[in-house]
Design a protein around this ligand. Structure first.
Ligand SMILES: [Fe+2]
Length: 160
């Protein structure tokens, strides 16, 4: 039986980049949470940080599998913190901005899936799902739904 074709360099580079962005994202949301004025906003941002952490954890075995070398957690966290400090804005604007930009990330994750060896797909689909859960949260938040965080809690329950 022929062995599976080697993953492409483009796939491996994108996988590494997206993994690193989840680690940055955790620090980004945690920093926004620290800066939040209201406790409910702080809780929601901390939940987004946990979702990023969970997505990174789901992806990490693929980083190990291909012996990829992410930048250090300290470097990535600092980058996330710097990005958060640069975007300080009112809650409504923050949510609206995320609701506008996050669907593009789903497209990015789907392109990563399309490049992937089939055996990597279960983890990558769960990576994609974290962005879908975040978008569901944002849509509920924008519509004023009380339990807007339900999709985030549901995502945190998922694992492989
Ligand atoms: Fe993310």
């Amino acid at each position: 039986m022929a062995s599976a074709p080697a993953p492409t360099q483009a796939y491996l580079e994108t996988l590494l980049l997206y993994y690193e962005e989840e680690v940055e994202g955790e620090a980004y949301f945690a920093t926004l949470a620290d800066l939040a004025q209201r406790s409910d906003h702080r809780d929601k941002l901390n939940l987004l940080a946990r979702v990023e952490n969970h997505a990174a954890g789901i992806t990490f075995p693929l980083i190990q599998k291909y012996a990829l070398r992410p930048r250090s957690n300290a470097t990535l966290s600092r980058s996330g913190q710097d990005q958060a400090s640069a975007v300080l804005k009112p809650w409504g604007d923050l949510v609206a901005d995320m609701a506008r930009t996050f669907p593009g990330y789903v497209d990015d994750f789907l392109r990563l899936e399309a490049m992937a060896p089939p055996q990597d797909l279960p983890r990558l689909k769960l990576l994609t799902e974290h962005e879908v859960a975040a978008i569901e949260f944002l849509d509920l938040e924008l519509s004023g739904t009380r339990d807007s965080v339900a999709p985030l809690h549901a995502y945190l329950e998922k694992d492989i």
